[in-house]
Design a protein around this ligand. Structure first.
Ligand code: ADP
Ligand code: MG
Length: 694
């Protein structure tokens, strides 16, 4: 019988497979059945096939040596440690143990012969190793024939036990289904991939003649196969998911060119080519009878909102409703202002809904949404809570989609119409997503990219200034504001404490008010009511407020073209996309803009790297790419990560060719070999499939 453990994962080991306590430890490593163990591949390998003469060991290299102990002593300086001197005739090696048991002193007695594996260093006394692994041996004891795998492990589970269990599974299942090929022959041949069984076996038990470098660097054909399979499993599951969602029906809402055309003629500007192209893609999707699942991405300020407005109008001119969900009240309100300004003249009723709204206003709005009087509803995630009922929602637009978790997106998806049709979905991302990432972790969406900024944008000049030059910066603001310009002063981010953050913002406001008495200064932060926030933003937009002191609440979406100077305090604490977003608040008008990044020494290594990137690059795609390099996909993906299993072996940047190949064949495998596709997904994702999100 199968049992449930507290992780809610069904453990499916054979009952006599290892002890309960070992099974528990394995499950901590994500290993819940024998086949998981097969895919628990070595982290690296140790070379115990050679013995190096002590005289030949190279600093920093892991090697195996063998020698006889000539001296053992517990030393007390610089701290307590056990030190043994070993010689093999070619030279002398010291081995040191900072933590050791009393029994070790006895084991490591003079004249004992040791085989030692460790990283050699040139220490004070010549060659030495700290905490090497060692074993007492007899002279002439045979050497390992092949490289020794080293596995990821957890407390209390030794390499020895893992190796033994894996060896057991390998031989027990050698001739079973377990190892069956999940790639169709044609594809395997065409992609020149090694067999699954051979690859797995080789990686666990490398034969003596295999190139150690290619195993360590994961370039060996066996690794290639494993990485391909892993990437393919990701593609298959995401495409499957995509197909499942697509199999729902949605209302087909073709472009009628009434409202959309009227809107375009009313705009003071021409769409960029990129906006035209992406709207055409969106428009086509909406005209189809299954739900659109499209991600619209582009750099800060590229003009995604206009495209969203056009999409909404296409839906509205078909008699359906549209909704825009934004992650913060400030952003939702900005959208509301902008879109009602654009669309009300065309006779489109726009409504605003937020969590902090007064009950009465909210109830009234809910009635209007339910009756269909509201054609476009804008709000925070309050929009997709239970009480909100749309008469006929045709399109849901999610701005800054990466800020929303899986569940919020799910709720949104479930807002189906009475007819059972689900709304089209347009997701927008303010943080450009590097190509490799959108090919892998976003493979369940269609992607449109706005790759051009509206004309006339001025490049923002970025300056890095240490915070001991604060006075100069304050003076600079003084001069700029007196010349009729406007500025932002972004307060430091204090992640640990919102109270402290608020305190700092208030203090900054007080200090700046004192230093710049002639200026009208505003303060905005997350704790203010929606109404307070909006009146502060309004006054800044109108130019009454010259300097706006703000927390990072202004990070997304805020659009005040006359603001041309931004100061960011403690820029070293902020992430790259946050800095890029903040900087994107200036450079929106015709004035040359400046963004001053103030930092405090000393800088950590990562902070230094980030500041270098933001200083050097202004293109959001490039910054994202650098960010992905610095942080890795797990961190980069943030909220989305909770729903997507991360890759264990493949690296989307380094293995881009494999990623492209896997993407290239996924659709074919799904349609022509659905059974194999299922087996493949099962093998690689198993229970994790359940976590795949909407
Ligand atoms: P984002 O893509 O960052 O959401 P927005 O949609 O807020 O960017 O657009 C930034 C600014 O550019 C807005 O003031 C918008 O009205 C303006 N804008 C958008 N498209 C164009 C265009 N084609 N020409 C000129 N200005 C544009
Ligand atoms: Mg935006």
């Amino acid at each position: 019988m199968q049992e449930k453990n507290n992780n809610d994962l069904v453990s499916s080991f054979a009952p006599d497979f290892a002890s309960k306590s070992v099974q528990e430890k394995l499950s901590r490593l994500g290993i819940n059945c024998e086949s998981d163990l097969l895919l628990h591949l070595p982290l690296r390998y140790e070379d115990e096939t050679h013995i190096y003469p002590i005289n030949d060991v190279v600093d920093g290299k892991t090697v195996q040596v063998e020698g006889v102990i000539t001296h053992t002593e517990v030393m007390y300086r610089p701290r307590r440690q056990l030190v043994c001197q070993v010689t093999d005739g070619s030279g002398t090696l010291h081995i040191r143990f900072l933590n050791f048991y009393g029994s070790q002193i006895k084991t490591l007695a003079v004249n004992k012969r040791l085989r030692i594996l460790g990283v050699a260093r040139n220490g004070f006394f010549g060659a030495e190793m700290v905490h090497p692994t060692y074993r007492i041996v007899q002279e002439g004891e045979p050497l390992a024939q092949a490289l020794t795998p080293v596995y990821p492990t957890t407390a209390g589970l030794s390499q020895k036990v893992i190796r033994k269990l894996i060896g057991q599974v390998l031989s027990q299942y050698k001739h079973t289904e377990f190892f069956s090929e999940t790639l169709p022959d044609v594809i395997r041949t065409q992609q020149q991939l090694a067999s699954f069984k051979d690859s797995v076996t080789l990686l666990h038990q490398p034969p003596p003649d295999v190139s150690s470098n290619s195993l360590q660097a994961r370039s060996h054909s066996a690794w290639q196969r494993i990485k391909f399979d892993e990437l393919l499993s990701q593609q298959l599951s995401m495409r499957l998911h995509y197909q499942q969602r697509r199999s729902h029906s949605a209302s087909s809402l073709p472009l009628k060119n009434k409202l959309t055309q009227a809107f375009l003629s009313s705009l003071a500007f021409e769409l960029t080519q990129a906006q035209k192209k992406t709207f055409a893609e969106v428009s086509h999707d909406i005209s189809l009878p299954h739900p659109m699942q499209r991600l619209l991405q582009g750099d800060v300020g590229c003009g995604k909102t206009v495209v969203a407005a056009l999409a909404a109008l296409q839906v509205i001119e078909n008699g359906y409703q549209a909704a825009i969900m934004a992650p913060t009240e400030i952003l939702a309100e900005q959208h509301f202002d902008k879109l009602s300004h654009w669309l009300e003249p065309l006779g489109v009723n726009v409504a605003w809904l937020s969590g902090s709204q007064k009950r009465k206003a909210k109830t009234a709005t809910l009635v209007e949404i339910a009756s269909g009087h509201t054609m476009l509803a804008i709000g925070t995630h309050a929009l997709f809570q239970d009480q909100v009922e749309f008469k006929q929602l045709g399109l849901a637009i999610i701005d800054e989609q990466h800020r929303f978790g899986v569940h919020q997106r799910l709720e949104l998806c479930l807002k189906s119409n009475k007819s059972g049709a689900v709304p089209h979905q347009l997701m927008m991302s303010a943080t450009p997503i590097p190509r490799t990432l959108s090919m892998s972790y976003y493979a369940d969406l269609d992607v449109s990219v706005i790759d051009e900024l509206p004309p006339g944008r001025t490049l923002v000049v970025t300056k890095l200034i240490a915070d001991n030059r604060r006075n100069e910066i304050v003076e600079r603001i003084h001069v700029a504001c007196r010349a009729g310009k406007q500025a932002y002063w972004v307060c430091p981010l204090i992640e640990e404490s919102e109270t402290l953050q608020l305190k700092t913002a208030n203090e900054t406001y007080d200090t700046l008010s004192e230093l710049l008495p002639e200026l009208n200064i505003g303060l905005i932060h997350g704790r203010l009511s929606a109404q307070e926030k909006s009146s502060i933003m309004e006054s800044f937009k109108l130019g009454e407020t010259q300097l706006l002191v703000a927390t990072t609440v202004i990070e997304v979406g805020v659009d005040v073209p006359n603001a041309s100077l931004m100061v960011i305090e403690h820029a070293e604490r902020m992430g790259l996309s946050q800095l890029h977003q903040l900087r994107g608040r200036v450079g929106r008008g015709s004035d040359a803009s400046v963004c001053i990044l103030m930092y405090q020494m000393p800088l950590s290594d990562i902070a230094r790297k980030r500041l270098k990137v933001i200083f050097k690059y202004s293109d959001g795609f490039e910054i994202s790419k650098q960010d992905l390099n610095l942080r890795g996909p797990g961190e980069f993906l943030g909220a989305r990560q909770s729903g997507v299993p991360l890759l264990r072996f493949a690296d989307i940047e380094q293995d881009i060719e494999l990623l492209e190949a896997a993407k290239g064949v996924a659709e074919d495998i799904l349609t022509q070999y659905p059974q194999l596709a299922q087996q493949h997904i099962q093998r690689w994702l198993g229970k994790k499939k359940a976590y795949l999100r909407v």
